[in-house]
Design a protein around this ligand. Structure first.
Ligand SMILES: Nc1nc2c(ncn2[C@@H]2O[C@H](COP(=O)(O)OP(=O)(O)OP(=O)(O)O)[C@@H](O)[C@H]2O)c(=O)[nH]1
Ligand SMILES: [Mg+2]
Length: 444
């Protein structure tokens, strides 16, 4: 598929640098670049050229690379103009190629064309953006695995298994009278179970991948003065939050991005939870609950010098979180033999004691991304689609076990297949594509 427009963008980041790249893609890419360089360009070679303005005066000189369709990133004719990395120079070059017939590319438009031309599937296109934006080494390795197609490959294997099952069952439906026996005597049940297991494993890995991409959301909660902001500052490594001995210091939710053992963490410090007549503090507490509700994990701090109180008990019950880490703060103020909870995790932001253990617990919730080379980058939309597919397959398994109804099973398999196909983009609406690619950077 070829688009009518030839698109252009500065592919290097804004600012100054040794080299800056203007990228062109489309049917006119070569003609435009040849006019810019006032000479012919051969495909697949690196050529040193002057880049000239309308009057034939050199704007800059540098390297020109021409990739002939379909052997290019986007699948179309592509030209990379490598000039010097100054913003004015690059703007002049961009203006010039637009005057010669290109138009400015939208965000992600090069990748979108690569997808539409079958150079990459949707998860791979997303992996490019995730690789560029990865916030840790583990995240970049995972994005690279997705870009290499490991995630898509597993999704495609699942689709194949579902399609085979569907074909078998639909064939059985064609022999309606014998359908029941035909299905009963087959291994459809085992094959459904095996596919279900495969999908569950993939979902688990995708959830870990999503954590890497989005970061694990951790909320700090507790009574006023429990030491939440002190812990945030300790983990962030600087004085992000105001700490005072006054109860109710924190009002707004403070958000910090940190990395613990290679895992990106979005940590939120919140207002101390208590009854209050102060409208500002009440709004802070409302926001605290909101942040706690959205967190993947909550660290609940209890002031060790006060011990676990009734007020703590009420809050912990209300939290109702499965991923709750109860910790005692200010352990430096307490002699070790005064610890009321011998099993408890005691922390001090003054001495750092207990921190390793806390970090073990938080990161233990996610897989060890540095060790585990099965993790690939995944996004929330992938996890959602896998969950929908899982639901359909579970339903198919139930229908098969209870009624042996080929029609119901085939319908659920069809729905599962559709959800799986959304992941790689085999079956995706234009709206969704627009949404995905518009979040990419310009020039990619
Ligand atoms: N000795 C000692 N003092 C601590 C420790 N952590 C916090 N504190 C003190 O406890 C007081 C309250 O700390 P904050 O971190 O502001 O507590 P908070 O939970 O954020 O309080 P609010 O924002 O009011 O809800 C401050 O005076 C801190 O210096 C600790 O590990 N050891
Ligand atoms: Mg605070």
């Amino acid at each position: 598929m070829t688009s009518p427009d030839t698109i252009a963008a500065i592919a290097t980041p804004p600012g100054t640098g040794g080299i800056g790249i203007v990228r062109l893609s489309g049917t006119q890419a070569l003609a435009i670049a040849e006019k810019l360089c006032q000479s012919r360009l051969a495909p697949g070679s690196i050529q040193f050229r002057s880049f000239t303005d309308a009057a034939g005066v050199a704007i800059d000189h540098g390297l020109c690379l021409f990739f002939k369709s379909p052997h290019s990133f986007s699948g179309e004719d592509c030209v990379e103009i490598q000039a010097h990395g100054g913003p004015i120079v690059l703007d002049m070059l961009l203006e010039r190629v637009c005057a010669l017939g290109a138009r400015l590319a939208r965000a992600g438009e090069f990748s979108e064309r690569a997808f539409l031309n079958g150079k990459v599937d949707l998860t791979q296109a997303e992996a490019i953006a995730d690789l560029i934006e990865s916030g840790s080494r583990a995240a970049s390795r995972a994005a690279m695995r997705s870009l290499e197609g490991r995630f898509s490959q597993q999704v495609n294997e699942l689709v194949d298994a579902v399609v085979e099952l569907r074909a078998y069952i639909e064939a059985a439906l064609d022999f309606a009278e014998e359908e029941i026996d035909f299905l009963a005597n087959s291994d459809v049940g085992q094959r459904l179970d095996a596919t279900l297991n495969q999908l569950q494993t993939l979902l688990l890995h995708a959830e870990q991948g999503r954590t890497l991409q989005e970061g694990l959301a951790v909320a700090l909660a507790g009574l006023p003065n429990a030491g939440k902001s002190s812990l945030l500052n300790y983990l962030a490594g600087y004085e992000a939050a105001i700490v005072t001995e006054i109860e109710g210091t924190t009002r707004d939710v403070l958000r910090e991005h940190i990395s613990l053992r290679g895992i990106p963490i979005r940590i939120n410090d919140t207002a101390g939870l208590r009854e209050s007549d102060n409208p500002v503090e009440r709004e802070g507490i409302r926001r605290a609950w909101e942040s706690i509700g959205q967190a993947d994990a909550v660290i609940y701090l209890v002031d060790a010098t006060k011990g676990f109180t009734d007020a703590d008990q009420r809050i912990v019950e209300e939290l109702g979180k499965t991923r709750l880490h109860l910790v005692y703060s200010k352990s430096d103020l307490l002699a070790a033999d005064h610890r009321s909870d011998p099993q408890g995790l005691y922390l001090s932001t003054l001495t750092g004691s207990g921190m390793d253990l806390l970090i073990d617990r938080i990161t233990g919730q996610a897989a060890d991304f540095n060790q585990d080379n099965h993790i690939f980058m995944a996004r929330r939309r992938h996890v959602d689609a896998l969950q929908r597919a899982l639901h359909c397959l579970q339903q198919a398994t139930r229908s098969f076990a209870t009624s042996r109804s080929g029609e119901l099973v085939a319908e659920d398999l069809r729905a599962a297949q559709q959800s799986l196909n959304e992941i790689t983009g085999e079956f995706t609406s234009d709206d969704l594509l627009g949404k995905i690619f518009s979040s990419f950077c310009i020039g990619k």
